[in-house]
Write a protein that binds this ligand. Structure first.
Ligand SMILES: [Zn+2]
Length: 186
C-alpha cells in the first residue's frame, strides 16, 4: 500500500468520524499522529492507523532516504533514518545519520536551524555510508517533506519557495524538497 506520509502532530481526522489506532491518539476531538509513517484510514472500522515505514537496510552511497530530524546543532543536524526510497531491503545497520551545514543547500546556509528543525521529515541523498552515514539535501528533490509550525504546531504549507503557517500568518525558513506536502511513502 502506498499512503500519505504523516509526522507526529498531524491532525488526520475528527474523533466523531474515526477512532485512534496504532500510531495515533485522540485529543480535543481530533485524531492526531504520534509517530512518523504511512497513514492508513480504515473506512470499515473507522480507525486511523499509522504504519511504520519499512526501516532502513544498510544505507549505500547515492541511496535516497527518508529521515526525521532528531537534533539540530550549530554545524549539523542529527537524523534518524526511516527508510530507503524504492527498496524493500531488510532491516540492518545504522539508524543514525548526519546532515552537515555544508551539504544542505547549493545556497549559503547560515545556520542549520534555518533549513531543518527537530521533527521535520526530510528526503536526502546518502553521500557517505561508512564509518558514519552522511546525508546531502543539495539537490532540488531533496529537503524537507513535512513540517510543523514552531509556534502553534500547525502543518506548514509551501508558499513562495518557503513555508507558511496559516494560523500564525508567518513564514518559517526551511530547505524544502520540490514535492513538499505532496510526498507519499513508496
Ligand atoms: Zn503557527
Amino acid at each position: 500500500m502506498k499512503g500519505k506520509l504523516v509526522i507526529p502532530g498531524d491532525v488526520v481526522a475528527i474523533a466523531e468520524e474515526y477512532s485512534p489506532g496504532k500510531g495515533t491518539y485522540e485529543m480535543d476531538g481530533k485524531i492526531i499522529v504520534s509517530e512518523a509513517g504511512e497513514l492508513v484510514m480504515d473506512s470499515k472500522t473507522h480507525t486511523a492507523v499509522v504504519q511504520p515505514i519499512n526501516p532502513v537496510a544498510e544505507p549505500k552511497k547515492k541511496d535516497h532516504v527518508l529521515a526525521v530530524i532528531s537534533d539540530v546543532r550549530s554545524s549539523m543536524a542529527i537524523c534518524e533514518l526511516l527508510s530507503i526510497e524504492g527498496t524493500d531491503r531488510a532491516v540492518t545497520g545504522e539508524r543514525e545519520a548526519t546532515l552537515h551545514v555544508s551539504t544542505i543547500s547549493s545556497q549559503y546556509v547560515e545556520s542549520v536551524g534555518q533549513a531543518v528543525r527537530v521533527g521535520d521529515v526530510i528526503r536526502a541523498e546518502v553521500i557517505q555510508s561508512t564509518p558514519s552515514v552522511q546525508l546531502s539535501t543539495v539537490n532540488n528533490h531533496m529537503g524537507v517533506l513535512a513540517a510543523h509550525c514552531g509556534r502553534c504546531r500547525s502543518v506548514l504549507i509551501s508558499k513562495d519557495r518557503s513555508l507558511y503557517c496559516e494560523e500564525c500568518e508567518r513564514f518559517e525558513k526551511r530547505k524544502i524538497a520540490d514535492d513538499y506536502g505532496a510526498a507519499i511513502v513508496k
